[in-house]
Design a protein around this ligand. Sequence first.
Ligand SMILES: Nc1ncnc2c1ncn2[C@@H]1O[C@H](COP(=O)(O)OP(=O)(O)OP(=O)(O)O)[C@@H](O)[C@H]1O
Ligand SMILES: [Mg+2]
Length: 238
Amino acid sequence: MEWGVDVFLEIISVNKSYQSKSVKQDVLKGVNLQMDEGSIGVILGPSGSGKSTLMNIIGGVDRADNGKVIVNGIEVSSLKDDKLTDYRRDSIGFVFQYYNLIPNLNVWENVEIVSNISKNPLDIDKVLAAVGLASMKNRFPRELSGGEQQRVAIARAIVKNPKLMLCDEPTGALDYETSKEVLKLLQQINKDFGTTILMITHNAGIAEMSNRVFKLRSGEIIEAHDNLEPLPAERIEW
Ligand SMILES: Nc1ncnc2c1ncn2[C@@H]1O[C@H](COP(=O)(O)OP(=O)(O)OP(=O)(O)O)[C@@H](O)[C@H]1O
Ligand SMILES: [Mg+2]
């Protein structure tokens, strides 16, 4: 099969179900999705529609039952476990709603532990400067606001210079102004580092800063559309 030159992420007919006791739940039902290299994509959908499941499959944290996941020419869906671990470590930066920082490490060290296991890490101080935390590098997570903690989490995701950043409700725990700051930062990273970003949100306003929007409902993509002129994060409202 031939891929378009700039297709970076391709999901073809992905199905996933979970079996609990006697009940089988179909969580993803034939999902197809494409993203170009260097673009920002947003997945919108209600709670339980399968957003995190889909993201986990793209990130190599979980596996599809069938279908294909291709990221940057790597057929993720057919990787053996050890190669899947390499893929996850080398190619993917994760950012979650709750920042998952290590409480007894300071800002610099939280970023360093990821840098240490990365193949081609970026310079830690440069990354901290890029996320606006250069002056806070000796602080511990408990000494930071929610927005600052999310910046550390973003620094930790980008220090490994990932090809793809997967953000699951990155502003879900933040207030309006802080959310905008974090979204501005993600847009800046996309521009400066060329990182492709796929973001999950409940918030339709956030979709306006993306290049492509996917609406997921009960495990199916019910709509996908392009924004020809994505808005700068500071101009989106919700
Ligand atoms: N490991 C699992 N075992 C069994 N069921 C699961 C598992 N993970 C997810 N599910 C079920 O799959 C469905 C989709 O879950 P998922 O976490 O992908 O939803 P979501 O769209 O991310 O929702 P939210 O917006 O609340 O985070 C839910 O009904 C959930 O209960
Ligand atoms: Mg979720």
